[in-house]
Structures are given as structure tokens and as C-alpha cells.
Design a protein around this ligand. Structure first.
Ligand code: DOR
Ligand code: ZN
Length: 347
């Protein structure tokens, strides 16, 4: 890898993205397809993607939203519910439709109302996934009203994730979008079957970004950004060179009007400049030599998929992030809006 005025790495993938549906799907997918060769596409649509047929149809709609001439492969996921059948999940995996299945604790986040109310309800599904080597992607937050929102990830580890990994030691688990020192410690202590995605926002911001100088809805996502002492574990982990961490943007677009509201939606739209955002963190940490592994190697190795052929190049150049982006008629505020980033993905 050459580091200087340019940064060239193997083509990367995004192991966690929300592409939505309908008009917004067509508006946001080109940004992801421009940056990444493949992406794990989240199933929290309305209604959620809970069957092989729904995932096949959604995959077709995603592919239809990829601009001509761009080579992009969406990897689909199955939304786990209390009543989903192990046979359906396993069939989808065997047929190459479901790359993985996603566990949303019910009401933990946007689009999780049909999620799992008690992990005991899906134990037969998880046992089957462990047997066939199908990855479980976990939104790791408890929904207990008595638990402070800033503690929900750490408590989830204690109450749910650690016992699950102990009970099914073969299960391949991606602890998604980690935000705390406790999550990093858990991932470090677990076996190679446990990996983790880290978002650009959880590398860059702590909770001050949301709350200082006024309430800033565009910095609000779930899991919510934490206090600095917990958040700083994320850049250290991502740039450590450990194969357990890989790129997953959790790009989660919402219309400006849905964010700037008395009850604003959770989610940041970081897809347009994701690589530039990550590169800034690796540079600040003096770890640009570790960027390629995080962005392009650790993920496919965890998922047991081939590494991409080809490369992408970032140039050292000023990149002005626009205040809003028009996603096929829906205005969305991107992460870093109004800031200048110092790397720019070559067209
Ligand atoms: O902030 C978030 N937004 N976190 C999630 O888990 C879901 C996502 C969304 O779909 O908007
Ligand atoms: Zn997500």
C-alpha cells in the first residue's frame, strides 16, 4: 500500500448499511455502490425482511438502484422475529439469499418493533445458525426502561451477549456498531467467532457532539454516542490491527424533517464520504497502514468470502461536505455536513 499524497487500498466493503426502499433507495444506493464493492444490507424495512422471498425481491430492488456500469453486490440479511422458523432462515442461507441474520431486540431502535422480545424465543434458530456457520448480527442494546440509555450496550453484554456466546460457542457473531470500552473488552476476550463493526461516527464523536451548544439531532443515532472515556476505545480498537474489527458504516438515512423534529429519528447518513471519514481517523491515530485490513480484509475473512479484486484510491485533497444531499427528492443531512475532510475518493 502506498501512503503519501495518495492512499490506495484493495476495494473495501461495508458490512452494515441501511439502504431503505422506494424513492430513497434509489437516492442513497449510488453513494454506497461508489465507495464499496459489497455491503451487508439491513432488513429493518416496513414490513421487515423476514422471508427468503422478501429478501430476494428486496435484492432485486437494490440492484435496480445501482447505476449502470457500477459493480456492487448487496448481501442480504434476515430479520429475526419471535416466530421465525429455523428452516426458513437456513433455507435462505443455503440458497445464497441470506448472508446473515439480524437480531434486533424489540423496540431497541428504528424499525425494530417486530424484533425479538426474548432471546429464548429464537434459541432453536440460533442453534441451527451455529450448526450451519451462518453469522448472527447483533444490535446489542437492552430495552429495559430501568436501564439508562447510555448503559444499554454494556448491560446487553452482561445480560444477553456473554451468556449467548457461552451457550453457543460455535455461533459466529458480529457485535454491530460498538460504542463502548466494555464492548471492546468483550470482543477482545471472545474467540475468533466474535467480530465487530465500527462506524465512522462512533470513531469521531462522543456525546458532546449531540448535546453541547444546543441539541443536534444529526449526531443522534443508536447506539447513542457515549462519553469520551468509553468512546475512545473505538478508534484504538479499529486501528489496532486486530482482525476482529471491520468496517460497517451503519449509514441510516432519514429525511431532514424526520431528524429535526420533537421526536427525531436515530441514524446518521454517512455513506457519501464514508471512506474519507474513516481515513481521517486512521491518519489521526498514525495508523494508515492498518486501514486496508479494517476496510477490505478483516470483514471478508470473518464472513468467509473472497477478498475483492481491484483497488480504490484516496487523494490528499480538501473535500467540502455539503450541508444537505438530495436523495432522489428527499433532503438528507450527511455526517460531517459543512466540514472539510482531507482525503477524497478518486472517481
Ligand atoms: O441509529 C440507528 N438507525 N440505529 C439503528 O440501529 C437503526 C438505524 C435506522 O434504521 O435508522
Ligand atoms: Zn444499523
Amino acid at each position: 500500500m502506498a501512503i503519501d499524497q495518495t492512499l490506495t487500498i484493495r476495494r473495501p466493503d461495508d458490512w452494515h448499511v441501511h439502504l431503505r426502499d422506494g424513492a430513497v433507495l434509489a437516492g442513497v444506493t449510488p453513494y454506497t455502490a461508489r465507495q464499496f464493492a459489497r455491503a451487508i444490507v439491513m432488513p429493518n424495512l416496513s414490513p421487515p425482511v423476514t422471508s427468503v422471498e422478501a429478501a430476494r425481491a428486496y435484492r432485486e430492488r437494490v440492484l435496480a438502484a445501482v447505476p449502470e456500469g457500477m459493480d456492487f453486490t448487496p448481501l442480504m440479511t434476515c430479520y429475526l422475529t419471535d416466530s421465525i422458523r429455523a428452516d426458513e432462515v437456513a433455507r435462505g442461507h443455503a440458497e445464497g439469499v441470506f448472508t446473515a441474520a439480524k437480531l434486533y431486540p424489540a423496540h431497541a431502535t428504528t424499525g425494530s418493533a417486530h424484533g425479538v422480545t426474548d432471546i429464548a424465543n429464537i434459541m432453536p434458530v440460533l442453534e441451527r445458525m451455529a450448526a450451519i456457520g451462518m453469522p448472527l448480527l447483533v444490535h446489542g442494546e437492552v430495552t429495559d426502561h430501568n436501564v439508562d440509555i447510555f448503559d444499554r450496550e454494556a448491560v446487553f453484554i452482561e445480560r444477553t451477549l456473554a451468556p449467548l456466546v457461552a451457550r453457543l460457542p460455535e455461533l459466529r457473531v458480529v457485535f454491530e456498531h460498538i460504542t463502548t470500552r466494555q464492548a471492546v473488552e468483550f470482543v477482545e476476550s471472545a474467540g475468533d467467532n466474535v467480530g465487530s463493526t465500527i462506524t465512522p461516527q462512533h470513531l469521531h464523536i462522543n456525546r458532546n457532539a449531540m448535546l453541547v451548544g444546543g441539541i443536534r439531532p444529526h449526531a443522534y443515532c443508536l447506539p447513542v454516542a457515549k462519553r469520551e472515556e468509553r468512546q475512545l476505545a473505538q478508534p484504538k480498537a479499529a486501528t489496532s490491527g486486530s482482525a476482529k474489527y471491520f468496517l460497517g458504516t451503519d449509514s441510516a438515512p432519514h429525511a431532514v424533517s424526520a431528524k429535526e423534529s420533537a421526536c427525531g429519528c436515530a441514524g446518521l447518513f454517512n455513506a457519501p464520504f464514508a471512506l474519507e471519514s474513516y481515513a481521517a481517523v486512521f491518519e489521526e491515530e498514525g495508523a494508515l497502514d492498518k486501514f486496508e485490513a479494517f476496510a477490505s480484509e478483516n470483514g471478508p475473512r470473518f464472513y468467509r468470502l473472497p477478498l475483492n479484486e481491484g483497488t480504490v484510491t484516496l487523494d490528499r485533497a480538501e473535500l467540502e461536505v455539503p450541508a444537505t444531499i438530495d436523495a432522489n427528492g428527499t433532503p438528507i443531512v450527511p455526517f460531517h455536513a459543512g466540514e472539510t475532510l482531507r482525503w477524497k475518493l478518486r472517481a
